[in-house]
Design a protein around this ligand. Structure first.
Ligand SMILES: [Fe+2]
Ligand SMILES: [Fe+2]
Length: 234
């Protein structure tokens, strides 16, 4: 599987690799959303409903990811390197803009579910534009964030400090959240990344993971198929 990050993997400290897997999953979702909306039959209510359900999970995870970065990760980085403050402000502004695009897509999907005739075609065309804008803005944000984080990790943290910081951040993730995030992130991981992630998971999470992965695949089938098709076409 191709890792869609544009950050050269060789420059990434080990402690930041899980974050990049999460970013790969978000890039995959934004692309799957755009591809699924492009090929959508807006008159098929089941297809619209399935698409809205997949998007709702991506939106929830992305909102939680932004909250985690704004309230936990940036303060931790700024405490280590006060110069990061201006970058943190820029990344928070990106998060707000992405939040508005997520709201636009959610509203577009809700409108599509109830519109008919010409209004439905117009709603579909608007949604195609919103999904393309979300994909482009998210890609730009993730590229910027990864470049800034890799740079500050090298200049302001020792490998041990980085390890401690990522362990502290992982501890803040609740069980319920982990059982949603882990199957989703692993579905975008390479076999090596999966092996590494599995080794670092607490035993109770590993135990219930097959169940959680099955539930995730049933809910997220449309996006996973859409991502597979766009990969094959690339
Ligand atoms: Fe991020
Ligand atoms: Fe971010």
């Amino acid at each position: 599987m191709t890792t869609m990050t544009t950050t050269p993997v060789s420059t990434v400290p080990d402690a930041l690799r899980p974050l990049l897997v999460v970013h790969t999953a978000f890039r995959r979702d934004a692309r799957a959303l755009r591809t699924a909306i492009d090929g959508l039959d807006p008159a098929d209510p089941r297809e619209v409903e399935e698409l809205a359900s997949c998007f709702a999970l991506t939106e929830e995870l992305l909102a939680a990811h932004h909250h985690h970065e704004d309230h936990r990760l940036w303060p931790m980085v700024v405490a280590q390197d006060p110069d990061f403050e201006t970058h943190a402000a820029r990344l928070e502004t990106d998060h707000l803009a992405l939040g508005r695009l997520l709201t636009e897509v959610r509203g577009g999907l809700a409108h599509l579910a109830v519109a008919t005739g010409e209004a439905r075609s117009r709603a579909h065309r608007r949604l195609v534009g919103s999904a393309a804008a979300l994909e482009a803005h998210l890609a730009e944000h993730l590229d910027r964030e990864e470049a800034l984080l890799v740079a500050v990790a090298h200049t302001s943290f020792t490998p041990e400090e980085l390890e401690t910081a990522t362990r502290q951040l992982a501890k803040a993730v609740r069980w319920r959240e982990a059982l949603q995030v882990v199957p989703w992130a692993l579905s975008a991981a390479t076999p090596d990344e999966r092996r590494e992630a599995m080794a670092s998971l607490p035993a109770p999470v590993r135990l219930v993971l097959p169940l959680a992965e099955g539930r995730f695949r049933r809910r997220f089938g449309l996006f996973l198929r859409s991502a597979r098709r766009s990969r094959l076409a690339a």
